[in-house]
Design a protein. Structure first.
Length: 617
């Protein structure tokens, strides 16, 4: 698909472009794809208005195909990455019932939910496979852990399948009941159903003849594979539109070979303008990107020049003092006093541990970061979610004397107040009185400004039947010789005070001035500070020291580079690109290192920064 021939685009992005609407032809191309039933992948770099193009496509569909789709009870499926993104899209299209806007988990659950018998068959298959893998680990000559308890639990689940007639799942819930599926199971089942079950394929195509996928570069590999496997089979009856930017793929379970997997028959429109960032920030992003692919963005002509600075620091003590002094310097450099306000700048850290040190949840971070990996990164550890979604709001409501909210939470979440259980009770008022008394006993843990440990809270809860506790909690509270790594981690982490959990939860839900490099994809801020410190981060997937030339590549790195595979350099470069392109007006990179001169040489050689933009402290 060719660009509009009437538009003249200068290849030197440093020169101002007067036509700030030269990407408009892309939206017309997408409309043509919809009209002609052609699959497409839209390349839309940082700040290019990807969501705007998605919304325009939806409005075009509503204007031209609403009646045709409605008469057949069909909808357009729109799959995006977060609940916040879903809400934004719904708001911009006016909550039109023609569109089923959801996260990938919600979308797949709605598809597979009616196939309860098949869910049971697949779940049995998954459990048998998991048991076999654990047994192989248990029988390995040089095994590192005891997996016997994990094997017993999986076997118990396998046996209990026979008693489950219907499975449940909540995309935003804890899924604590025995009949609940977890998030990864829903993804795996959804992909299996779509790829291997002809009936599911027919259901998908007939119910959602148009499927639009936002942030497609981070969509789970197995789902991408499944969708691509059926797109050719239903050509003309099933349209897939993917929106994204491979340079912004930062999660390891995304499909790294997505550009190569897209069939040549697909249309590939591209947006070239960055509407978000000032000109200097766009030039920095282009220089970071140019060794990865040939996609180059252009700034708007009405944008200011903007500011970027690299602060290189060898002193790793007194970080708070150093970082605050940098924010003062950025205030002076930019003439923008808001740099000195916590609430007016966004500080991006590489790993949660760096935020933990600054916000006060280091005990939890140290214990849970490695064993829980991704679920710690995205805030989906069930045992933490339970405390914050059930107990914390009750405690806060009690402090305010708000008993109405307390009872509302209990009515929604307690099995004791389910209709069936109440009917079986001989004295409902006694049930309510007992619940109230037990809640008061739990809340007493916070009396006189006390800050109980999470273990204390769960120990209190264990003696009640108000809520169904997460499955692992019994193991956490009852020590055995064969406890799993995650149980041991929870036991250690939950020695932390409850306030640590609150700090972690506020941070992970973007209620603090800090965020991870990974957690801000799709967001934008006026002022951005990016803190780089591999030593403090302690991560393994990203290495700024390697990117900046102060640490040697491993043999594995070199092998991956030679074979064209994803590697620590490409992963870190993509992450660096994502962080820099969050800034609208000004950007400060704060790099801690043992070799400041090497970092300076590397960034100058790569033409990322000029001499006068580098400050060595």
């Amino acid at each position: 698909m060719e660009n509009n021939p009437t538009l003249s685009i200068n290849d030197n992005c440093s020169e101002p472009i007067n036509d700030d609407s030269f990407d408009n032809h892309v939206d017309i191309e997408i409309q043509n794809c919809i009209r002609n039933r052609e699959n497409f992948f839209l390349f839309a770099g940082a700040g290019s208005g990807k969501t705007g193009s998605l919304v325009k496509a939806l409005k075009f569909i509503a204007q031209n195909y609403n009646d045709k789709l409605s008469v057949h009870s069909q909808k357009v499926a729109v799959v995006t990455y977060t609940n916040a993104a879903c809400d934004e899209i719904r708001q911009r299209i006016g909550n039109n019932d023609l569109f089923a806007v959801s996260t990938i988990h919600s979308f797949l659950w709605e598809l597979i939910k009616p196939f309860q018998k098949d869910i049971k068959i697949l779940l049995k298959k998954y459990l048998e496979k998991e048991i076999s893998e654990l047994e192989n680990k248990q029988n390995a000559p040089k095994r590192r852990n005891d997996y016997s308890e994990d094997i017993k639990k999986k076997q118990k689940k396998l046996i209990s399948l026979a008693q489950i007639s219907r499975f449940t799942y909540s995309p935003n819930g804890e899924n604590l009941e025995k009949d609940s599926l977890n998030h990864s199971q829903v993804i795996s089942m959804g992909a299996d159903f779509i790829e291997k079950y002809p009936t599911m394929q027919k259901v998908l195509v007939s119910k959602y003849p148009i499927l639009l996928i936002d942030e497609s570069q981070d969509t789970k590999k197995e789902l991408v594979k499944a969708l691509l496997s059926i797109e050719n089979k239903y050509t003309g009856n099933f349209l897939i539109g993917m929106f994204g930017d491979t340079m912004q793929r930062i999660y390891l379970d995304g499909e790294e070979k997505l550009p190569h997997l897209i069939p040549n028959t697909w249309q590939k429109p591209a947006k070239k303008m960055n509407h978000r960032s000032n000109k200097r920030i766009v030039r920095l992003a282009n220089s970071i990107r140019n060794s990865i692919d040939d996609q180059e963005q252009r700034p708007r002509s009405d944008k200011e020049e903007g500011f970027v600075r690299l602060f290189i620091i060898s002193n790793k003590n007194d970080k708070a003092i150093i970082e605050n002094s940098i924010y003062t310097q950025m205030s002076d450099i930019t003439g923008d006093k808001k740099w000195e306000s916590h609430s007016e700048r966004k500080v991006l850290v590489l790993e949660h541990s760096m935020a933990a040190n600054r916000l006060g949840f280091s005990t939890i971070d140290t214990a849970l970061r490695r064993p829980f990996s991704q679920s710690y990164l995205d805030g989906s550890i069930v045992e933490i979610g339970f405390l914050m979604n059930y107990i914390y709001p009750i405690v806060e409501a009690k402090k305010q004397g708000d008993n109405f909210t307390v009872m509302k939470i209990i009515r929604e979440k307690s099995p004791l107040l389910k209709t069936k259980n109440l009917k079986e009770s001989s004295n409902q008022s006694e049930v309510l009185k007992k619940i109230s008394s037990e809640i008061n006993n739990i809340v007493k843990l916070w009396e006189n400004d006390s800050d109980p440990s999470c273990i204390d809270v769960y120990s209190k809860l264990r003696g009640t039947k108000i809520f169904v506790l997460p499955e692992r909690i019994e193991d956490v509270l009852s020590e055995t010789d064969s406890d799993s790594e995650k149980v041991l981690a929870l036991r250690q982490g939950f020695l932390a005070s409850f306030s640590e959990i609150v700090h972690y939860w506020n941070y992970i839900n973007d209620k603090s001035p800090f965020a991870t490099h990974q957690g801000i994809k799709g967001l934008q801020f006026e002022r951005v500070a990016v803190i780089i410190n591999d030593e403090e981060a302690g991560g393994h997937n990203f290495s700024y020291e390697k990117l900046f030339g102060t640490r040697n590549l491993t043999d594995r790195d070199n092998d991956n580079i030679k074979e064209g595979k994803d590697n620590s350099i490409s992963r870190t470069k993509r992450l660096f690109y994502v962080t820099c392109t969050r800034a609208k007006e000004s950007l400060a990179i704060i790099a801690y290192t043992n070799n400041p001169q090497a970092v300076k040489r590397t960034v100058l050689n790569n033409k990322w920064f000029s001499e006068d933009e580098i400050v060595i402290l």
